[in-house]
Design a protein around this ligand. Sequence first.
Ligand SMILES: Cc1cc2nc3c(=O)[nH]c(=O)nc-3n(C[C@H](O)[C@H](O)[C@H](O)COP(=O)(O)OP(=O)(O)OC[C@H]3O[C@@H](n4cnc5c(N)ncnc54)[C@H](O)[C@@H]3O)c2cc1C
Length: 504
Amino acid sequence: MGGTFDADLLIVGGGPAGATVAAEVASRGARVIVLEKRTADAPSRAGVIQPRVLELLDARGLMGRFREAARNWRPDFEIPVYFYAGMTGLRYFEMDTAHPYALILPQTTTEHLLRDWAVESGANIRRGAAYESHEQDSHGVTVRGLDAQGEPFILRGRYLVGADGAHSLVRKTAGVPFEGRGAELTAVSVDAVLSWPYSTPVHLARNENGWVLAYPFGEQTTRFIIVAEATRHVPVDVAPTMEDVRASLRAILGEDFGVTEHRWLSRYSDAHRLTPYFVDGRVSLVGEATRVHYPASGMGMNYCIQDAFNLGWKLAFVIAGDAPQRLIKTYDTERHPIIRDFMDDVAAQCALHFDFSPGGLALKRFFEEEILPTPAVNAILRDRVSGFGTTYHHPADPHPADGGRVREFDLGATTYNEVAARSDFVLVERAGAAPADRVLSGRIARVLATVNEFPGNIADATAVLIRPDAYIARAWVGSPSDAEIAQVYRSVTAQDAGIEAVAQ
Ligand SMILES: Cc1cc2nc3c(=O)[nH]c(=O)nc-3n(C[C@H](O)[C@H](O)[C@H](O)COP(=O)(O)OP(=O)(O)OC[C@H]3O[C@@H](n4cnc5c(N)ncnc54)[C@H](O)[C@@H]3O)c2cc1C
């Protein structure tokens, strides 16, 4: 079935992952329709944006609006020392980045800002439109659903993205397995109104009765995240009450802070499942449509947005005819191992975090006081939580920075972020070492840097080809030939035969 298309790309779900894919694809000229069944905001689950996502947003020129929204939310919106497995001590302020902090922002605001960006980029977001099913053929995908008035609709797109969250219907319709285990413990999150002012910015406590994290979350509201030993085996579908909350707070903190009413009260679990693949022909799954896990250390949404940055430019290139369809499959081959490691990390954090036995508490004390402060350990764990550890490096890559992240850096007359915000691939060359002219093909912007200092991982490089998602395609020490640059570009955009064999 060929015919006309209503859109190049249909996206189900306008949450953080769906909105980011929409912006990344629409800003490159494709016609994008997002189906979002909600007409009102969901309560904010995520409360922080991690440094790597801040860098990616900055590379799109969006940091000004995110920082302003965070400042309006609360004046101390930067967290310079972050958490791991419920313990504090990750020294974000030591990281080599323009954003050495986690940014506190309710997920609702993050979603608004990402959807605004998608709409400004040209995406059409249809609120109240619920996806029901799809079929794909060799030319495109047909989607059926119900609009805001409950009327059936049919849309035809060349590609479909399921960004419809942990209960993804796109995943179920596509028959993609969801492998793993069900819940072993549950926790309670409450945005509570207190009967007296509570001024401590962030409060952490743990003992044999459980663990609590408390921090101000909006006007007169404090968010408590509670794992209580006495109630951690209550099934996730049993609604918690404020009396449960007060009892847990008294057991763990010794007082209930005068908690009266709540703005949001929810029980969630550590169910742990992942799809074995993310791409099925013309249908890709992104964000929590591919997984469910305990929301450890405020990482979940951030990894979803990083998925979206990896997938977005690839879909756009394929839709524009600038790369073969197999480029989309490299989203799968690159992100699946990263997400598998991330899920292992979440499981490890839970094992450490939720053992409230005397031995478990002693281990945590030892870990927090002796292990976590060790510089090398602190750096490894920071890399995991912040997202800086993500790399698409291949053992055969010649430079150690190949596949790694690039951070904002000065180029002399301009900056990397300024160029990245209006470009796809960016070739940065040191002005003194660069040939006067180059013959470049493909979507590459070339910039000559007139400064000596490059970031640490590429400090020795003479030329760097940077992917649209701000990862290094190749760094060269010595000036590469036009043919070498073209070869790397072809490889990263899946246009050479070697990649074809891997990606099919
Ligand atoms: C208690 C809790 C605390 C958390 N805290 C953090 C944190 O601090 N930091 C962090 O990074 N992450 C956190 N997370 C995780 C974070 O909330 C998720 O990772 C994130 O929301 C996933 O984004 P997504 O876009 O993949 O899916 P979702 O946010 O679930 O978005 C999916 C969208 O698809 C829409 N949709 C679903 N079905 C359909 C359909 N049939 N038709 C049309 N639209 C549909 C939904 O309405 C929704 O808008 C937390 C999660 C929980 C439960």
